[in-house]
Design a binder for this molecule. Sequence first.
Ligand SMILES: [Zn+2]
Length: 391
Amino acid sequence: MTHMQQGTNLPKVGSYNQAVVLEAIQASDGISRVQIAAVSGLTAQTVSVIVRRLLEEGLVVEDGSAPSSGGKPRTILRVDAGAGYAVGVHFDPQELSCVLADLAGRPVARLHLPVRPGARPDAVVRQMARAARRILREAGVPDGKVLGVGLACPGPLDGEGVMVSPPRLPGWDQVPIKGLLREYTGFPVTVDNDATAAAIGERWAGIARATPSFAYLYLGTGIGGGLILDNQVYRGRSLNAAEFGHITVEPDGPECYCGNRGCVEAVCCPNAIEAAMGADHASVCAAAAAGEPEALRVIERVAGRLADAAVSVVNMLDIDLLVLGGPALREVGEIYREVITRAVSERALTRRLHAVRVETSPIAADAAAIGAASLVFHATYAPRLGTLLSG
Ligand SMILES: [Zn+2]
């Protein structure tokens, strides 16, 4: 567990250290005060003070004890899953997905609603707010236990949560989606692009719980990505980092709307697969999964192009995990995983130093919605330099 962020024993950084301790507890399956001190670098006394506060606030509970090597048994601490909730909303141009997540990051309720084609932004945001209210009502969670609403939506977004010319959503330029959703729900709203949200969800509740640095490749209508580096979300200068979909993999390939040629997205997105096969994406994937040779050949070729980009990502970032997720992986995730695993194990520069795992997200279908809920927890509790600087 040497991957945890180190705390600091300096004065005036209580909230940062509290977040470090809470994250250590959240990331474990039960942990003692002594273990928290070991992974965080905080003194036993500091840990003890913070844990007492977390117990008083009801965020953490004592849950039995574990034998220790000599001395008295150690009390095990866990996050109290029912202490707080967040609603996660994933806005995909075709569908609204809504989840209610508890403080442990577990989805306790789900709701999927179609988006009416051509619906105006204001009507869609009102639909999101109604979905959030409905999921809370049906689960019987009172407003006082709601930490906020997280929204995952297609980028690009500016720092105020305004959508800026999203390429696949004409009519949504300059929509202040964060402000509107806050107004219509009455809750604080945290917003991020869908791929970053999915990466945070994976860090919080999915396959990357114990991984300090990983890349998330998101395959939806478009292809995006998210980055967690040294336990921090990496968003870039304008919140739009990790656009893996626009790495050129076919120099003479089709033009992409971004201005490049032969981008991963132009070659690998569901539309490109549909154009290659003359059939809809879902049926091509189903045929490939059933072993139909022509469909399998197309999916493997597309996976190979994505693998080319994945090798570059691994070489650039020296990470130890790549997570594949998003709705376009339905039925074909395992094919992508095998092709990319092979490419990375044969062609990444660091292959003789350490293995790079490639995993499909266990929460893929709802990854962005769960991630959106995690955004709220992450914004509230995750240790970040910003928290440290602001005291
Ligand atoms: Zn492009």
